[in-house]
Design a protein around this ligand. Structure first.
Ligand code: GAR
Length: 209
């Protein structure tokens, strides 16, 4: 393919005991599926103990069903504010003995309720070369800006949006004839390449603390 990844370890770091993770998703679940494929093929030493979604019709649920991952639907509309919503998520996560949270296509702003309990152990995937194009419209903002190189990023989550420590990035060209769908597809090819590496590199840091 036409991009590159940095850092690019030859092997994904290994973990004994395996990482115990919760995944938060709002979308179709292609990154969740890639994580589960990497786990199944022994590339990532992890268990996805549960999936939390905020939409009852999101594709990630079907992925969870196919891989027998327990899933819980917490609709953000059912809560008065972001803190209450995060409390509900935290209560669910606590039932599963989780050491880290992975957000893949989680379209909600996270509060200190979650971040204080999981300091340095919340990982997010973002479809741009951060710090460029933060927020929920990264692909269309990238196209609008006419930049010629973009990418995707796995980073730690802190209280500023899409601003925590960068763990791994992939860079790729924006083609002259790209549209939202084609660029998303190219970016997601690389997201699938880096997501498990990103989780493992982040987890290596929290396990070594
Ligand atoms: C991914 O492209 C991810 O980077 C993006 O949502 C998509 C989810 O795809 N996340 C954000 O835009 C976060 N601001 P998936 O459901 O197929 O994994």
């Amino acid at each position: 393919m036409r991009g590159f990844i940095n850092p690019f370890p030859i092997e994904i770091p290994t973990f004994k005991p395996k990482l115990e993770l919760a995944v938060l998703a709002s979308g179709k679940g292609s990154n969740l599926e890639r994580i589960l494929v990497d786990i199944k093929s022994n590339k990532l030493d992890a268990n996805i103990k549960c999936l939390i979604v905020n939409k009852s019709d999101c594709g990630a649920i079907n992925v969870a069903k196919r891989y027998s991952v327990p899933f819980i639907i917490h609709k953000h509309q059912d809560y008065n504010n972001r803190e209450e919503f995060d409390h509900a998520i935290l209560n669910t996560i606590k039932q599963y003995n989780i050491e880290g949270i992975v957000m893949v296509g989680w379209m909600r702003i996270v509060t200190n309720i979650l971040l204080n309990e999981f300091k340095g152990r919340v990982v997010n995937l973002h479809p741009s070369l951060l710090p460029s194009f933060k927020g929920n419209n990264a692909i269309s903002e990238t196209l609008k800006s006419k930049v010629t190189i973009t990418g995707c990023t796995v980073h730690l989550v802190d209280k500023e949006i899409d601003s925590g420590k960068i763990i791994i990035q992939a860079a790729l060209p924006v083609l002259a004839n790209d549209n939202d769908a084609s660029l998303l597809s190219s970016v997601q090819y690389y997201e699938h390449e880096i997501i498990s590496l990103g989780i493992a590199l982040a987890a290596k840091e929290w396990r070594n603390k």
